[in-house]
Design a binder for this molecule. Structure first.
Ligand code: DGL
Length: 289
């Protein structure tokens, strides 16, 4: 198969990376995607670097074995902790979400001399300082404040996007950031775009929210065009989100993934399979339940 006709691989710790899949799908309608959600081992956001690196490598090797043309690490935690290792071991172009999110925040900030940028993410992403470093690479003078918001993950999966409890948790998490008065706030976790309205209302209308998945989709599009890897022809006459041109794999609980996917995207994946990624080529298919 010609290289530009190959699919793009995407992995996440679970269902959250579907926000990145949606952004990629919208930006690149001629592309096909293979998505892996590591639902057996989610969450990554509370785990150590060594563990996240191991999981991320196993996921990447699985997708590479599927003949992808490039890999997108949709999970912010895996991008923050494991990107250098993945790039070293996988002989493919690899895009993470941290660099694009950090660069986009600096680009849209109104105070160019001293951008003030907030970042919300999982605990592991905050501790890694990966966003801080990406933002500082784009602007040496940027002031950065980061905050871990772990409860946003289950709230998004429950679809509690308007409940008073979600607003009060957001008020507590974002209080210091509000005082910091950022120009831009990076949604540094796959799930946070689902809670965009609550976050915007809590932080205030003047703060620009940066969806790192959307920023990544723009950079992936540029990379594919620059390298001659973009598919220039439509894959079908009527391309749709989650249609059978895209293939979804999970490492556990396919039925739950499908339900939450429908909440996030409005439609469940058509082609969804449960597999095991551990042990490299000893891939085993899990029976459907
Ligand atoms: N996908 C993860 C991230 O973007 C959030 C969920 C988890 O902790 O695994 O950081």
């Amino acid at each position: 198969m010609a290289d530009n006709k190959r699919p793009i691989g995407i992995f996440d710790s679970g269902v959250g990376g579907l926000t990145v899949y949606r952004a990629l799908h919208e930006r690149l309608p001629n592309e096909r995607f293979i998505y892996l959600g590591d639902t057996a081992r989610v969450p990554y956001g509370t785990k150590s670097m060594a563990t996240v690196e191991r999981y991320a490598l196993e996921n990447s090797e699985f997708l590479a074995s599927r003949g992808i043309k490039m890999l997108v690490v949709a999970c912010n935690t895996a991008s923050a902790l494991a990107l250098p290792t993945i790039r070293e071991k996988i002989g493919l172009d690899v895009a993470g979400v941290i660099g694009p999110g950090g660069r986009k925040a600096v680009e849209i900030t109104k105070n160019k001399e001293k951008p003030r940028i907030g970042v919300i993410a999982t605990e592991a992403t905050v501790i890694s300082n990966a966003y801080f470093e990406a933002i500082r690479r784009a602007s040496e003078t940027a002031e950065v404040m980061q905050k871990g918001c772990p409860l946003f993950v289950p709230l998004a999966e429950e679809n509690w996007t308007r409940e008073p409890e979600t607003f009060s948790i957001a008020a507590k998490y974002l209080a210091d950031l509000k005082e910091f008065r950022p120009d831009a706030l990076v949604l540094g976790c796959t799930h946070y775009p689902i809670l965009k309205d609550v976050i915007q209302q809590t932080i205030g209308p003047d703060v620009k929210l940066v969806d790192s998945g959307e920023a990544t989709a723009d950079e992936v599009a540029d990379l594919l065009f620059d390298k001659g890897l973009a598919n220039l022809e439509p894959v079908t006459a009527s391309r749709r989100l989650c249609d059978d041109m895209d293939h979804f794999y999970v490492t556990d609980a396919a039925e739950r993934f499908s339900r939450v996917a429908e909440r996030f995207l409005g439609i469940p994946p058509k082609r969804l399979e449960a597999i095991e990624v551990y042990g490299g080529d000893e891939l085993r298919q899990k029976p459907d339940r």
